[in-house]
Design a protein around this ligand. Structure first.
Ligand code: SF4
Ligand code: SF4
Length: 173
């Protein structure tokens, strides 16, 4: 049984799909879209200003949970690095016939580069499948938050939310 966000800090599937920041299953099936996994009401809204398409609405009061306008979201991913809570992901369930991609913030060193095979983890940090890095963005407007995109087997698209940290060898320190 899944115990829920209040007890564990980890969203269950049902909780995720109830969030105003989560896209519908139908929209997600069409292609790249943001998944805003922000579930606590506290004063925060940089996500709203990060989206040039007006696809994220916090409004007033500022403690509102962010709401995704799924039809306006292009899946560009610009909001990912602007969220101080690391709560925004972009999922593309249409990446290829067998693979989905998931993009997420990554703030550890050493970082990864395109082509590397990684252990993909779920919201609890548990390794659930292998993935392959397809893109690494480290733009000046991301303030050193790297955004990594990995390809994973399609059935893991809704569950993968990060990767295991790279092993730091003694000579890397
Ligand atoms: S992925 Fe792009 S279009 Fe979608 S909410 Fe984020 S910034 Fe806006
Ligand atoms: S910036 Fe992140 S933490 Fe803040 S309201 Fe938006 S999604 Fe939530």
């Amino acid at each position: 049984m899944q115990r829920g966000f209040k007890l564990t800090g980890v969203l269950t599937d049902a909780e995720l799909h109830r969030l105003p920041g989560a896209p519908s299953v139908e929209r997600a099936a069409k292609g790249p879209v943001a998944v805003i996994e922000c579930a606590e009401e506290f004063p925060c809204d940089p996500c709203e200003y990060s989206c040039a398409y007006g696809a994220i609405i916090v409004g007033q009061p500022i403690i509102n949970l962010p709401c995704l306008d799924e039809d306006s979201c292009t899946g560009c991913g610009k909001c990912i690095a602007q969220c101080p809570g690391f709560a925004i992901f972009v999922m593309n369930l249409n990446y290829s016939k067998k693979e989905a991609t998931v993009s997420f913030p990554y703030e550890f060193l050493p970082t990864y580069k395109a082509g590397e095979v990684v252990n993909a983890v779920n919201r609890s940090g548990k390794v659930i499948t292998k993935g392959k890095v397809v893109d690494v963005k480290n733009l000046t407007n991301q303030d050193r938050t790297v955004v990594i995109t990995i390809a994973v087997p399609k059935e893991f698209g809704w569950d993968v939310r990060g990767i295991e940290r790279k092993e730091v060898k003694a000579y890397d320190r």
